[in-house]
Design a protein. Structure first.
Ligand SMILES: Cc1cc2nc3c(=O)[nH]c(=O)nc-3n(C[C@H](O)[C@H](O)[C@H](O)COP(=O)(O)O)c2cc1C
Ligand code: SF4
Ligand code: FES
Lengths: 167, 741, 439
């Protein structure tokens, strides 16, 4: 068992070599903490206890220092989330163009609320701050993919596609 | 090499604060410059000696020609600067910051541990903002227990980051962090929900509010219901000053919030929490006497009477040399002085010794021989040294204050630390400029000062040659002739050198200084020195035997051989420390023990008397740097008597007429008679630490197994710690000794 | 990437300098870039003295496009060149200011232009390492930049001895992970060093003590993207594109209630009214304009009566707001301004780093207050309390995030006080009522 009794997730060799590459970019290893967390989370799905320890070891800091950083950044998740993370922007530009309706629509269709995950683990939903997609408002990101000029219909189509296993 | 490197003093800066002309060296922070001018700028996150945060914004002041208010804690003085700390704009800003702080702060002052000594409460009292316009519901988190000794209440936390910094910067433990952000920012411990650390409690102490509280003190009392007495911690040899808070004749808390004394606000886990042995249920509270094989309660008169009766019988039958005395590492100088007087001039024997944990006699002898008797470093001088050579020991575990001084020397002015040790001790890992990891410190010393030191030792020696001011600190690994060699060599280095020997306990140094040794009188004169003996004989009357007595190993052997028939033990547990068997002790006609607890030795005694602890008596102790400080009586423990009282009673029963009424009477005699102890009493009485300059003949150490350290950890303290809840409760107490937090 | 094409609607009023290559197919590939004057500016700069490069940029009147509008050449000149420490260029690609999405096309459609700008900046200040700090959400842009960087290395525009000049320069991308505050330059440096993104006490400024304690120039993506054109065409040419002390063009992101939302490159000082009406095509549904956020959510809002202003740093400042980051958000007559204030405050309360008291407590207090007020449970004193709390934050926080939260609130309470009174009177939001009535 890892940190806080979580299940230990494996870290792939590919990820490990990516870690080495990233660390080499900086004069100080700890600079790599956030990138490593992000790349690690991309592979594992969340920031696992093992990931924290692995990163701490690699950049030569104590686990608590990694832990401090994690808490600061809103994209890092300490617990598993859904395969498709719907991040709906409701900040001003999007709000003015119907973002709240999009958010409410997602809640209805996915049957979950802010920062929740569907029982099948397929979807998570999150209301997020400005995504830098203001001119394509209302917008959201599903994982790293942008979806803009959203309408409830577009959201429905996307959910249907993702449910079928589309990307 | 010049003793001090002179750099041209940068010219002072003159500025105006609240209309006063203030001069300060360049680089001085405004908040400090104001303080020097008697102007208090309030602050929470600013803390002298720790990193600047600029977080709490309480110290905002207005500076002419600057658009916005500036934080006095981060702004440095500039020539011609005109500063206002009390205009309307500043006052309003301060009030605003307090109002902000109180928004999510639970206003539970009446039940908060910190009520009455809370910096937030004080600031609101002074600067207003008690009435809030905050109508929203407060954020809440449940209180967390970080460890057995430390609790965290998030809603009360004002995020001044003092705890994080004190743990990182001062303690070098790094057990705290800050997690999350915005209004959800939170202090987190290093092991998930728990702290794993030295449990020094510095974080609790430094917390300006009631967010971090102590597991031993919380909810016990209110600050104004206690009496406060400054005294000296009774654990290790560093001699931290501590203020004991007493309520209903019971110690509730220890701290040093007034920053007085050699340790400032520092206390380690033993100092801050480990005094609770005093309150232990297992304290001996009545004398016990062995009759028909088993111990039974007895009156003081019966117990002392029986002891004296047996002593007299032994002397009569076997002679004075059949009596031996073992003294304590924790009793006061006055008590130690009287104990050896009892042995030498009442019982008439030099068979007196104690568990020597550092070879002070050799250090004093070597320095005297070299004409350098003033080269004992004080605790403060460790922190201000340019360079430190540390041989043996593990100060982080055994001498937390010395370790702190070493870290401060490195942190505050980049001192170089050179470590020679068989273990990868934390100071070696974290602070050392050069670390020579060796098999054995004694051999390493020989190599270091020999013709061709090898490897790291060569590098270390070369660097030391270039240092201007070095404090040499060594443990019990270096003793006897090696101390003499080390001192001779180090004094011949180009720079100035001073010395510290690391003795284990609160009065280890004082025990040696006061002559709890078979071959030296108080102040290290040989017992064979007629003139030195005369110094004492002239006040004690009678004569002091001039033949050295038996050392502790010989005493034990001769108990076994039957040559020693009566043994008096004060505050010591030789059965455990020296592994003296029950069978051996059973051979004695009299085993007399004065102690706080039913130790292994006390269990074998014919007469056991309950002694008073450090908190229950007055006197002085000498720390490992040779600094004398006053113990103050803070409470009474019914049934016990101080060793001073016990010794007085024994002397009387043995027919000696001693003139002392109080420990002060003894101290005056020490000051007058003991070489190097002619200290200024007024300084002592106001709580100061007064350095001594003992001198003595360079006597050879009789054998190699007389000086050794108990190797205590942060959580142990000889035979005492097992009677402390606080030193056993933390998880960390079960870590292997030397574990690095 | 998806719908991004819809951003580049184009307008005949545009003056395309940094966006001039946006529509060229495959411009992200170095060959295409080279065929369109790519890396010519770098070659030219490497033949100039570093001080000459700095002077050229200084004289061009290029001011920081990240928000504060500080003269870029001036900032570069603060780097102590004689310092023995390494020097760094940190490109701020954290673009998180609500209403702002201009750095995105710059990286997506012309990544080499940015790399070229960074390399020139590095040469000018004597640096050998640049970092591009990209907000975590912009992962696809990081991939684009990483590919461009690899190409530039392969062709010798990065790495050792660039174009035989003896100048060595490396660039690496660095991802953030969701924190607006990391766009603040000193917080960015902390984040780049692997710490929490808390800001640092200033002074010292990054140009003197930056990342790893070394002199560091922090510049926005758009700022650096302008550098190659300035070097190629000269300071005068660039300065003349804009207004006095406000050289060149800038990318404006029109969003909110506007017919043609998009990113447009317009000369500095372009009139706001024309921007709304002619470039953006006016307000949808023929509705009336109520307010405009002129440069991202940190700026005080302008009322419909205040839009006759030239969009340059000094002119907008003169009327009490800021040009900021170029995010121009139009707000129509049917919008509740209390709700706007609430949404803006919710953002700052979420993004405050929590380090200093007035920001941490002030933003969360104001969010709760506005939430309660907007929901109809307002008190008569709330508007004044909100004003007062904002003023208590203003100018008293460690970094400007506190101001960024206070300023829009102050402007909304002051300029739309009537809407606050209406909420009080109705015990509900009048606009939500209207919506219900219409539905
Ligand atoms: C809270 C806050 C957030 C900021 N976010 C950004 C940002 O996302 N991108 C950016 O370029 N500048 C941002 N800035 C401005 C930077 O601090 C800095 O001024 C800028 O990177 C300097 O580059 P420039 O001179 O090229 O504008 C922010 C400032 C503050 C106070
Ligand atoms: S103003 Fe203070 S709390 Fe807010 S983001 Fe800046 S430093 Fe952090
Ligand atoms: S004391 Fe200056 S900001 Fe806290």
């Amino acid at each position: 068992m890892g940190f806080r009794g979580q299940k230990i997730e494996m870290i792939s060799d590919a990820l490990k070599s990516k870690f080495d590459q990233v660390i080499a970019h900086y004069p100080s290893k700890r600079s790599a903490i956030v990138p490593l967390l992000v790349f690690g989370q991309d592979e594992i799905g969340h920031v696992s206890g093992e990931l924290v320890e692995e990163i701490a070891r690699r950049v030569e800091v104590r686990p608590i220092e990694v832990e401090e950083t994690i808490g600061f950044y809103s994209m890092l998740h300490r617990r598993p989330i859904g395969k498709h993370n719907f991040q709906v922007c409701t900040n001003v530009s999007c709000m003015l163009r119907g973002a709240e309706e999009i958010m409410a629509h997602c809640e209805r269709r996915l049957g979950i609320g802010h920062k929740q995950t569907t029982a099948d683990g397929l979807f998570s939903l999150e209301e997020v701050e400005c995504l830098g997609a203001c001119c394509g408002a209302p917008a959201m990101q599903v994982n790293y993919d942008f979806y803009e000029n959203l309408t409830p219909e577009k959201v429905d189509a996307l959910i249907a596609r993702l449910k079928k296993g589309g990307a | 090499m010049p003793e001090t490197m002179t750099t041209a003093a940068p010219s002072a800066v003159t500025l105006t604060i609240d209309g006063k002309t203030v001069t300060a060296p360049p680089g001085t922070l405004l908040i400090e410059a104001a303080k020097q001018a008697g102007i208090e700028v309030p602050s929470f996150c600013y803390y002298p000696g720790m990193a600047l945060q600029g977080a709490c914004r309480m110290c905002l002041v207005s500076i002419e020609k600057m658009g916005k208010l500036q934080t006095a804690c981060t702004t440095t003085v500039a020539p011609g600067m005109v500063v206002h700390t009390e205009n309307d704009e500043v006052r309003n800003a301060r009030k605003a910051m307090l109002e902000f702080l109180l928004t999510n702060h639970p206003l539970d002052c009446p039940v908060c541990d910190k009520g009455g000594e809370c910096e937030l409460q004080d600031a609101v009292f002074r600067y207003g903002a008690a009435e809030t316009r905050f109508m929203e519901s407060k954020l809440h988190h449940e209180e967390k227990q970080f460890s057995k000794l430390i609790y965290y209440d998030w809603p009360r936390c004002i995020l001044c980051y003092r705890c994080v910094r004190v743990c990182d910067e001062i303690m070098d433990v790094n057990a705290y962090g800050v997690a999350f952000r915005a209004a959800h920012s939170e202090i987190i411990p290093n092991r998930g929900e728990k702290l794993e650390c030295e449990e020094c409690g510095m974080c609790v102490d430094i917390c300006p509010v009631g967010a971090l509280t102590s597991g031993t003190y919380r909810y016990k009392t209110r600050p104004w219901e206690m009496n406060y007495t400054g005294t000296v911690c009774n654990h290790c040899g560093d001699g931290c000053k501590t203020t004991l808070s007493i309520r209903n004749n019971e110690i509730i808390r220890a701290n040093n919030r007034d920053h007085s004394g050699i340790n400032g606000e520092f206390l380690c886990v033993k100092g801050r929490f480990g005094w609770d042995f005093v309150n232990s249920q297992e304290r001996l509270l009545e004398p016990r006497v062995r009759r028909n094989g088993s111990q039974a309660p007895a009156s003081w008169d019966d117990a002392l009477g029986l002891a004296v009766e047996r002593l007299k019988a032994v002397i009569k039958e076997h002679g004075r040399d059949a009596v031996a005395v073992i003294g304590s590492n924790r009793t006061s100088n006055e008590e130690n002085y009287l104990l050896q007087r009892l042995a030498r001039s009442v019982l008439g024997t030099n068979n007196i010794d104690h568990h020597r944990t550092a070879d002070y006699a050799s250090l004093v002898g070597a320095l005297t021989a070299a004409g350098a008797k003033d080269r004992h470093a004080t605790m403060a001088e460790i922190a201000s040294a340019n360079s430190i050579l540390l041989i043996g020991n593990d100060p982080t575990q055994q001498h937390p204050l010395v370790a702190l001084q070493i870290r401060e020397a490195v942190r505050q002015h980049g001192a170089h630390l050179y470590v020679i040790n068989r273990n990868r001790i934390k100071l070696a890992e974290r602070q050392a400029a050069v670390f020579a990891e060796v098999k054995n410190e004694t051999e390493a010393l020989a190599s270091l000062i020999g013709d061709s030191p090898s490897g790291e030792l060569a590098a270390l020696r070369e660097k030391l040659q270039a240092e201007s001011d070095t404090v040499v600190i060594f443990g019990s690994e270096i003793q006897g002739r090696d101390v003499q060699r080390l001192v001779r060599w180090a004094l011949a280095l180009p720079g100035r050198t001073r010395f510290v020997a690391l003795g284990d306990y609160a009065n280890s140094r004082g025990a040696a200084d006061m002559g709890l040794l078979p071959n030296t009188l108080p102040g290290y004169s040989p017992v064979s020195d007629v003139a030195a003996s005369a110094r004492f004989e002239s006040v004690w009357g009678g004569s002091i035997p001039s033949k050295p007595g038996r050392n502790i190993r010989e005493i034990i052997v001769d108990i076994d051989s039957g040559a020693i028939k009566a043994l008096l033990v004060f505050g010591s547990n030789p059965a455990k420390t020296f592994g003296v068997s029950k069978e051996t002790l059973a051979k004695l006609s009299l085993l007399f023990v004065a102690d706080l607890f039913p130790t292994e030795t006390a269990a074998m005694a014919d007469v056991v008397v309950p002694a008073a602890s450090f908190a229950e008596k007055s006197g002085t102790v000498t720390n490992l740097c040779g600094e004398v400080q006053a113990l103050r009586k803070t409470m009474r423990k019914a049934g016990t008597r101080s060793d001073f009282e016990i010794l007085l009673a024994l002397a009387r029963l043995l027919g000696a007429a001693w003139p002392y009424r109080t420990p002060d009477d003894v101290l005056r005699e020490i000051v007058e008679r003991v070489p190097g102890y002619s200290i200024a009493l007024p300084h002592l009485l106001v709580g100061g630490a007064v350095p001594t300059r003992p001198e003595g003949a360079p006597l050879a150490l009789e054998r190699a197994d007389l000086v050794f350290s108990s190797g205590d950890s942060l959580f142990t303290s000889g035979s005492v710690s097992r009677f402390s809840w606080a030193l056993n409760a933390p998880e960390e107490a079960r870590r292997p000794r030397g574990h690095i937090f | 990437m998806s719908d991004y094409e819809s951003y580049l609607k184009g307008s005949p009023l545009e003056v395309q300098v940094i966006s001039r290559r946006f529509r060229i197919p495959n411009i992200t590939s170095i060959d295409v870039f080279l065929a369109h004057d790519g890396y010519k500016a770098l070659a030219k700069a490497l033949k100039m003295k570093p001080e000459e490069v700095i002077n050229e940029v200084k004289n061009s009147g290029l001011r920081g496009r990240g928000g504060a509008g500080f003269n870029t050449g001036m900032k570069w000149s603060f780097v102590p060149r004689q310092s023995p420490k390494p020097k760094y260029v940190a490109c701020n690609a954290d673009e998180s200011e609500p209403g702002t999405c201009k750095d995105r096309p710059l990286m997506e459609y012309d990544p080499h232009q940015l790399l070229e700008g960074i390399a020139i900046a590095g040469y000018a200040i004597g640096s050998h390492q640049g970092y591009i700090y990209i907000r975590g959400e912009y992962r696809y842009l990081m991939d684009i930049l990483d590919r461009a960087i690899a190409e530039a290395y392969a062709r010798g525009y990065l790495g050792k001895n660039i174009l035989g000049s003896g100048f060595d320069f490396d660039i690496a991308t660095h991802t953030g992970a969701g924190a607006y505050e990391c766009g603040e330059e000193t917080a960015l440096l902390n984040s780049l060093e692997g710490f929490r993104g808390n800001p640092r006490v200033k002074p010292p400024f990054p140009a003197v003590v930056g990342v790893y304690g070394c002199p560091t120039v922090v510049n926005n993506v758009e700022t650096l993207s302008n550098v190659p054109a300035i070097i190629l065409n000269g300071a005068d040419w660039y300065a003349k594109l804009g207004t006095p002390k406000n050289g060149g063009t800038r990318l404006f992101c029109l969003s909110g209630h506007i017919n043609r939302p998009g990113v447009y490159e317009l000369p500095m000082g372009f009139p706001l009214r024309r921007m709304i009406e002619e470039v953006g095509g006016g307000i949808p549904g023929g509705k009336k304009l109520k307010a405009v956020i002129p440069g991202g959510s940190s700026c005080p809002v302008l009322t419909a009566d205040e839009i006759d202003v030239a969009m340059d740093f000094d002119s907008v400042a003169k009327i009490g707001s800021m040009l900021g980051s170029g995010g121009v958000v139009m707000i129509d007559e049917d919008t509740c301004m209390v709700k706007m204030a609430l949404r803006i405050m919710k953002f700052y309360a979420h993004e405050s780093c929590g380090w200093c008291i007035p920001c941490r407590e002030g933003t969360s207090w104001l969010e709760a207050l506005l939430e309660r007020f907007h929901s109809g449970a307002g008190l008569a004193t709330d508007a004044d309390t909100a004003l007062d709390v904002s003023y208590n934050m203003l100018g008293k926080t460690l970094c400007p995030l506190g101001d960024a939260a206070a300023l829009p609130t102050i402007s909304i309470v002051k300029k739309f006080r009537g809407e606050f009174e209406e909420h009080l009177k109705l015990g509900a939001c009048p606009y939500e009522r209207k919506a219900v009535a219409v539905a």
